[in-house]
Design a protein around this ligand. Sequence first.
Ligand code: CA
Ligand code: CA
Length: 207
Amino acid sequence: MADRKTPKFNRDKTAFENMSDIWKSKAKTYFVRFDANSDGIHERKDYEAIIERLINHMKTHGIEPTKQQIERFNHTFIDTVWCESVAGGHDTGYDRKITMEEFCNNIAEHMIPNIEFCTGVTLQFASHIFDAIDLNRDNVLSLKEYSAFLGMLDVDEEHAKIAFLSINKGTGDTISREEFCNAYSDFWMNFEEGGIGENVLGPIVRW
Ligand SMILES: [Ca+2]
Ligand SMILES: [Ca+2]
C-alpha cells in the first residue's frame, strides 16, 4: 500500500479532521451498515448482533460454523474492531455508547499511526467475512451470495448488484477471495476518491 497517499497528520486538528472527505464518508457508511439496531449509536451489542446474523446466515444455508470460526468472529468483531478500534481501547463494556463522530475519530486515531498493521487487520477481517458468506464453499462469491451478505446489512438487491460489479474486476461472474479482500482493504485504507472498494458495503453515505 506504499503507493497510497497517507494524510499528513496535523497535530492541531483531530484525527477525523485530518482525513479526506471520501474516507469520512466511507467511515460513515460503515457506521450505518454495522449499526445493527439502527439507533445511531455503536455499542458492544451491535457487534454481537452482527456475529449472530453471520452465524444464523450460515446455519440457514446448511453450514454449521466450526468452534474455531466462531472464536475468529468474536476475536475479530469484538476484540479487534469493537474494543481496539471503535471504543478506542478503553471502557469496552455494555454501557459504552459511541456516536458516529466518535466512531470516525477513534478509527482515524487508531489507523493513522498504524497503517500497515491496520491494512493487515482489514485483510484478515475480510477473509473471515468471505468464509461466512461463501455459502456453497467454492471459494468464490456469486452475485446471489454477495446480495445475501449485503441484505444482512440492509442493502437492497439493486445496490448489492452495483457493489458486486464494482468489486468483480476479473473475468467471469464471481468475486475471488483476493478481489473481495483487496476491495475491503481499499475501502478503509484508501484516502482518495474512486478506489476499487468504495462500494463494497453498498452505496456511500456522504456527510
Ligand atoms: Ca446501535
Ligand atoms: Ca460461492
